[in-house]
Design a protein around this ligand. Structure first.
Ligand SMILES: [Mn+2]
Length: 356
């Protein structure tokens, strides 16, 4: 297991690499080229530059989150071929630089969705939250403006203004894309990139949809253990894997996370571990990583990871905003550092109990 932290790059993140370096047990960085747009081929010099910056800080560039997928690939429109070629070029260049873990998602239009970016909790911390009733009451355009106004000045991953400016057009393009069509387009994409992944030993790790049900009438295909297993079988090769995000999957309480992990042995190169607390159906908020602060049993989750995918790369996912920190919502230093230490503690206890 390698413990990592997500970092958005100099100029895009309030957190410094030198601070991450001081979290005991965190040895890797998960990042992306934040200035790129989905569909373009990344330049080798840009990949080398960010890798060098991370390594100069005494850390390893462990993986990329995300190399985003252009909407044409998800929609399956004729111009997808060019974007797939560009994606292959990006993977080739990442592989040549020794970067072999790639997180991505296949959600139409919106990346993750929340109704609140700073919901106060009783202890004074603020967290990301989702309430379906609030989402039902707004239209996507309004939400875009609200996300922008409440993001502390940071560009939220997946909510880049260039793309969001095309919102109406995107909804129109997706209007005939059913769950089945989206699934077929994903399988097509995976088969096209398979050779380059095999050549460089790249592991593709799809992130579950967040929340795990349709939002604004758009299709969703990565929402449960059953659906993930179907995808694993459709392209049955270890390069086709999952980012096991406990928070996204737990948005639906019917998802038994430890059982899902065990059913995906060998196909989880990357895990996002965080806790959620439900207040009612379709109404949840993010909690501290500690099991007792939310609904998830972190011990059972870490034990399932330990027993079925010991080489997994983990990052504490979103954290709460605590101690007055001002940062991108979900991505402050303090609570994610506490999360990393807690998860490392669980791992140490589980591994010692198993081997003594
Ligand atoms: Mn996640």
């Amino acid at each position: 297991m390698q413990m990592t932290l997500r970092w958005f790059g100099t100029g895009y993140d309030s957190v410094r690499l030198s601070h991450i370096r001081q979290i005991a047990g965190v040895t890797g960085i998960i990042t992306t080229l934040y200035g790129t747009t989905p569909g373009e081929a990344w330049k080798t010099e840009d990949i080398r530059a960010i890798k060098k910056e991370v390594e100069d800080a005494g850390l390893e560039l462990t993986g990329i989150e995300s190399v985003n997928i252009h909407d044409s690939i998800k929609i399956g429109s004729p111009d997808r071929e060019q974007y797939i070629e560009n994606y292959i070029t990006t993977l080739e260049r990442l592989g040549q630089e020794g970067i072999k873990l790639i997180c991505y998602n296949f959600m139409p239009v919106f990346d993750w969705t929340r109704s609140d970016l700073a919901k106060p909790r009783p202890d004074g911390a603020t967290v990301l939250a989702y309430d379906q009733k609030k989402i039902d009451a707004i239209n996507p355009d309004t939400m875009l403006a609200e996300m922008d106004a409440n993001s502390n000045g940071y560009v939220l991953p997946g909510w880049e203004p260039e793309r969001m400016g095309r919102l109406k057009e995107l909804f129109e393009l997706y209007k005939d894309v059913t769950d089945e069509k989206l699934f077929d387009n994903l399988v097509y994409f995976l088969n096209r990139i398979k050779p380059v992944c095999k050549q460089y030993g790249i592991r593709m790790a799809i992130h579950p949809d967040d929340p795990a049900w349709p939002v604004f009438g758009l299709p969703r295909i990565v929402t449960s253990g059953e659906k993930i297993r179907r995808l694993m079988k459709a392209v049955d090769d270890p390069f086709n894997g999952v980012t096991l995000c406990t928070g996204s999957l737990s948005s639906n309480p019917a998802n038994d996370i430890p059982a899902i992990i065990r059913s995906l042995a060998g196909r989880i190169p990357f895990a996002h571990v965080r806790n959620t607390k439900h207040n009612g159906p379709g109404d949840f908020e993010e909690a501290a990583h500690l099991s007792s602060d939310g609904d998830l049993d972190m011990y059972e989750i870490m034990k399932a990871l330990y027993e079925t995918c010991p080489d997994v790369v983990i990052r504490p996912d979103h954290g709460r905003m605590v101690w007055g920190e001002v940062a991108m919502p979900g991505y402050g230093l303090y609570d994610r550092a506490m999360g990393a230490c807690y998860l490392n503690g669980l791992w140490e206890a589980i591994s010692k109990a198993a081997t003594r």
